[in-house]
Design a protein around this ligand. Structure first.
Ligand SMILES: [Zn+2]
Length: 199
């Protein structure tokens, strides 16, 4: 059991260089820093300016570890692209603050897991966008109920090289085509990728 300033500083150093469990590290840091504060209050003259500066640095590390303690579980549960990106931003800040400690390795592992998750979430968002777009296309077809000017068959919306167009449902027997109204195009495309991602 540590009792002196020097011993508590050794405890802190060892925890920072070996402990990868956020709760265990946070608990050790809080306990050791509290003990050190007690020692400082009892005998301030035992602490040099350099000691105080060192303890302030450790206090700031302790706060970063506490922030990691409260967010690392989200790494396995985050389920939207936005939340994933936000968490990645938070982890980048924590990694910079905790560089050189053992827990930094764990944060880097979280970052790799999040990058992989982000790829999956992006693909899901793209699927949702596509499904949404198809349902809007069908809605415009129903609403306009356009008829082919040549054979009176129904006109359907098709994706062509130059975008959506109305084509005769009897294609290839009938090759009639018409342009899509700008307001219909706007309606179909209004679900932007960005909006779809936050759903
Ligand atoms: Zn036709």
């Amino acid at each position: 059991m540590a009792t002196s300033k020097a011993e508590w500083l050794v405890v802190l150093d060892r925890a920072l260089s070996t402990e990868r469990n956020p709760e265990a590290l946070g608990s050790t840091l809080r306990h050791a820093l509290e003990e050190l504060r007690g020692l400082w209050r009892a005998a301030p003259s035992d602490f040099s300016d350099a000691d105080i500066a060192h303890l302030k640095g450790l206090r700031s590390i302790e706060q970063s570890v506490a922030a990691y303690e409260s967010s690392y579980e989200e790494v396995s549960s985050v389920d939207t692209v936005d939340d994933c990106e936000e968490l990645m931003g938070d982890l980048a800040v924590l990694l910079a603050a905790l560089a050189g400690t053992a827990i930094a390795d764990r944060i880097r592992r979280d970052q790799r897991a999040l990058t992989e998750r982000l790829g999956k979430l992006d693909a899901q968002a793209a699927d949702r966008y596509e499904t949404d777009r198809v349902s809007r296309v069908r809605e415009v077809e129903r609403r306009r109920a356009a008829r082919c000017p040549h054979c009176q068959a129904a006109m359907v919306l098709r994706d062509g090289t130059f975008g959506l167009f109305w084509g005769c449902a009897r294609f290839p027997d009938c090759v009639a085509k018409r342009q899509v109204l700008p307001e219909d195009l706007a309606f179909i495309e209004r679900t932007s990728r960005g909006e779809g991602r936050t759903e």
